[in-house]
Design a protein around this ligand. Structure first.
Ligand code: SIN
Length: 301
């Protein structure tokens, strides 16, 4: 797609782009929204700099991409339950998202995307967020491993994460079974869909087998070449697609402060459709086919 209303600059070969030429505090045209969505789907993580947004404007921007999600275990400000506050300072004992994950993958219908607006960054640097492309993670697996994973499912359990004092006194934690490889509902591409924080086991394997395969996949997800590292500035808004990216927040700035607010957009039930079935479905559509983009890592000796 040629962009007419925004400027899109890639930040990394594998994922990430900066979008310029748009003020998100102003009403956006249909064309602008379509182009932003297109750039987001194409680049997985998109970054807007120098934005000044009220909470309402942030929420309104999120709503352009779907219904907003309520976090199952967060202490949201009463007035805006759809806002997830991401805050750390000298009194913090933990921060959100400190290990590799996709947001709330323990739900039956995990969020499609998250939009984090950062208003305060640590004065001496730090507090970057790492993102890893799950398209690239899947595509750089060897064919025998891809064949083995096709059709496998895994359990994602919220208990491991949310069973803490002050969180969900009712002890009702979301738990779901999802395909290990999911087909992206908008691009048709395959993405690896297991993460360290929520995935507890691969269904149908014994414990040792499941642990070994999950550990191998987690290490693969953390391959530096699959990643981008985002340096925040005050006024940055970053959108990531949870269906094809994992992220990890770095807490290397204690005792300094970092403050942001996240709006999360609801998603749908993950599914796996084989490449052959996906290609047939694409062919039957009238719109232009979205060619899969295949990554390969530099050959290693
Ligand atoms: C999160 O997982 O949403 C937090 C990300 C961050 O603070 O960088």
């Amino acid at each position: 797609m040629t962009y007419e209303t925004i400027a899109v600059t890639k930040l990394n070969p594998i994922l990430g782009a900066e979008i310029d030429g748009v003020d998100l505090s102003k009403p956006l045209s249909e064309r602008q929204v379509a182009e932003i969505r297109q750039a987001w789907m194409e680049h997985v993580v998109v970054v807007f700099r120098d934005q000044t947004l009220t909470v309402e404007q942030h929420l309104d921007f999120g709503r352009l991409f779907g219904e907003l999600h309520l976090h199952p275990a967060s202490l949201q400000p009463d007035a805006h339950p759809e806002i997830l506050v991401v805050h750390a300072d000298e009194n913090s004992t933990r921060v959100a998202g400190e290990d590799w994950h996709t947001d709330v993958s323990c739900e039956e219908e995990p969020p499609m995307g998250s939009l984090l607006y950062m208003s305060e960054v640590p004065p001496d640097g730090g507090g970057d967020t790492l993102f890893s492309s799950m398209y690239a993670a899947y595509e750089t697996l060897s064919d025998p491993i891809k064949k083995m994973l096709a059709g496998m499912t895994a359990i994602h359990d919220g208990k491991a994460v949310y069973d803490r004092p002050g969180y969900r006194e009712d002890k009702k934690f979301p738990r779901a079974e999802h395909p290990v490889v999911r087909t992206h509902p908008e691009t048709g591409r395959q993405a690896l869909f297991v993460n360290r924080v929520f995935t507890t086991e691969i269904v149908g394997l014994n414990r040792d087998e499941s642990d070994a395969i999950l550990q191998m996949l987690y290490r693969h997800v953390e391959t530096p070449e699959l990643m981008m590292r985002l340096r925040w500035k005050p006024g940055s808004l970053v959108c990531w697609d949870n269906r094809c990216a994992q992220h990890r927040a770095l807490w290397d700035y204690f005792p300094n402060r970092r403050h942001g607010e996240r709006v999360t957009v609801k998603g749908d039930k993950p599914y796996y459709r084989s490449d052959t079935a996906s290609a047939k479905a694409e062919d039957s559509k009238t719109s232009a086919p979205r060619a899969p983009k295949l990554y390969s890592l530099r050959p290693r000796g």
